[in-house]
Design a protein around this ligand. Structure first.
Ligand SMILES: [Zn+2]
Ligand SMILES: [Zn+2]
Length: 482
């Protein structure tokens, strides 16, 4: 019904608009209908990346697939940014403004899953697209190519760019790309993430710092000569106890979490080596610095009390997302124009089956995927390396409903949705919204300026400085190590 009215309206607009010059609305409609015509092709690309399911810094074939699409469309490629084999950018056009979209394509270990509503891996213990990055990268490339066609057709100046950004899941690809200056000449960055709602945000997420703490002690026979031993595991346990007490004395929004990656080799030998892997998060990087300094003291306390040695290796650190009010309002307007996702009866049945596998108490209503929600102002409690980009270039992000309402990220259910038509529907919402937004920015230099002003206001004099040590290299083998 709504669709009939929409096409009647489109027909009315076509008949009532002058043929030339075409109205902004008419140009947008043309962009959207061209994207509709190409959507099956990009659904196939996304499916291929879902099938490949390559983990961080190993996304060779996935990156090549997107690169090939962009090259075929006439984009010129800059390869191996920051020395990372799967990081690249692709440009079309010339001069200012430079408007960019971010693409990710890394999968997650252990989340292999067939596109069915029950737990059934493709490869037991294998990787899978549980964060929907197959959709993320493909939608961004699709948007970039659609914008290129629009710029060419309407003879509009400027550069549309796609950034291929690897290893978002813990490898921090974008941080090294920022450090390599890849974003220096970029005016605006647009990005999105799969989820189960359609909305944009002027909220933020959490800055984080992660590190491994290693303790080295003295081995000894645990029964025969325990007094000769100095236990690295004891040091780690004291550190963790101190950290648990610290939780009471940090700001409420703080998140602290850890795992023990090595706790000794045998109970009858005093452990001479122990290692834990820690994350600390807070909405503000300067506040997080203070929390982190106290976490290091917990580790020092462990080493001091047990007469062991301690070393810390920073693994990663990402900034919180710096929202942009100007860009968010343009994205919101365009997302409303594109609208939400309607499920077919088969998709509806799939969705209901998926929801039966999720805890019933916190399930949002079915039909949420059809709506576009109000602009979000909340702090999310996750982190992403897109945050680092947002501190050097004005950035907007939206979420599109690629997963059945209530599906958490990093679950087999999200892998399943990302590999079938429900995921594709959300991907197209994102691609269209990104493309419409980029086109708006190309058409009006004033918007780009306003976004920049808002960026400076939001940054409030805080200069971006990654907490990763300067000599820190991209951990290209982080998924290969235990
Ligand atoms: Zn993720
Ligand atoms: Zn993700």
């Amino acid at each position: 019904m709504a669709r009939c009215m929409a096409s009647a309206l489109a027909l009315y607009l076509m008949l009532s608009s002058p043929a030339s010059p075409q109205s902004a609305d008419g140009r947008q409609a043309e962009l959207l209908s061209r994207m509709d015509a190409q959507s099956q092709h990009y659904a196939d690309v996304s499916q291929k990346i879902w099938d490949l399911a390559e983990v961080g810094y190993q996304e060779q074939e996935s990156a090549e697939l997107l690169k090939a699409e962009l090259q075929r469309a006439g984009f010129s490629i800059r390869d191996r940014i920051a020395g990372i084999p799967t990081a690249f950018s692709a440009d079309w056009g010339a001069g200012k403004p430079v408007i960019a979209v971010l693409g990710e394509y890394d999968a997650l270990p252990g989340l292999s899953q067939q596109p069915v509503p029950e737990r059934r891996p493709v490869v037991p213990e294998g990787p899978g697209h549980g964060c929907g990055h197959n959709l993320l990268g493909t939608a961004a490339a699709f948007a970039a190519i659609a914008v290129k066609e629009h710029l060419a057709e309407n003879k509009m100046p400027g550069t549309i760019r796609f950034y291929g950004t690897p290893a978002e899941e813990g490898g921090g690809g974008k941080i090294y790309m920022v450090r390599a200056g890849a974003f220096q000449d970029c005016d605006i960055v647009l990005t999105w993430h799969p989820g189960y709602v359609n909305r944009t945000s002027v909220g933020s997420n959490l800055a984080n710092i992660s590190a491994k703490f290693r303790f080295r002690g003295t081995p000894a026979h645990a029964g025969g000569a325990p007094e000769k031993g100095r236990s690295a595991l004891d040091a780690l346990m004291i550190m963790n106890h101190a950290l648990e007490l610290l939780r009471e004395h940090v700001p409420e929004e703080t998140r602290l979490h850890y795992i023990i990656t090595h706790g000794g080799s045998a109970p009858n030998t005093v452990p001479d080596f122990a290692e834990g892997y820690y994350y600390a998060r807070h909405p503000s990087m300067p506040v997080l610095d203070g929390i982190w300094a106290r976490l290091v003291k917990c580790a020092e306390a462990g080493a001091h009390a047990t007469e062991t040695g301690m070393e810390m290796e920073i693994v990663s650190s990402t900034y919180n997302m710096l929202p942009n009010d100007v860009l968010a309002s343009i994205v919101d307007r365009n997302l409303r124009r594109v609208g939400g996702a309607r499920y077919t009866p088969e998709e509806q049945a799939f969705a209901e089956a998926i929801r039966r596998t999720l805890p019933a108490e916190s399930l949002p209503p079915m039909g949420l995927q059809e709506q576009v929600l109000e602009v979000d102002r909340a702090h999310l409690t996750a982190s992403s390396d897109a945050g680092d980009v947002s501190w050097v270039v004005p950035t907007a992000e939206l979420t599109a409903a690629t997963w059945v309402p209530g599906t958490p990220a990093h679950s087999w259910q999200s892998t399943a949705c990302s590999g079938m038509s429900i995921g594709i529907k959300g991907m197209l919402i994102a691609a269209k919204t990104l493309a419409l937004t980029a086109v708006d920015l190309f058409a009006d230099a004033g918007l780009v300026r306003k976004a920049r002003d808002n960026f400076e206001k939001r940054r409030d004099g805080h200069e971006y400085r990654s907490r990763l040590p300067l000599d820190h290299k991209p951990p290209l083998d982080y998924r290969a190590r235990p």
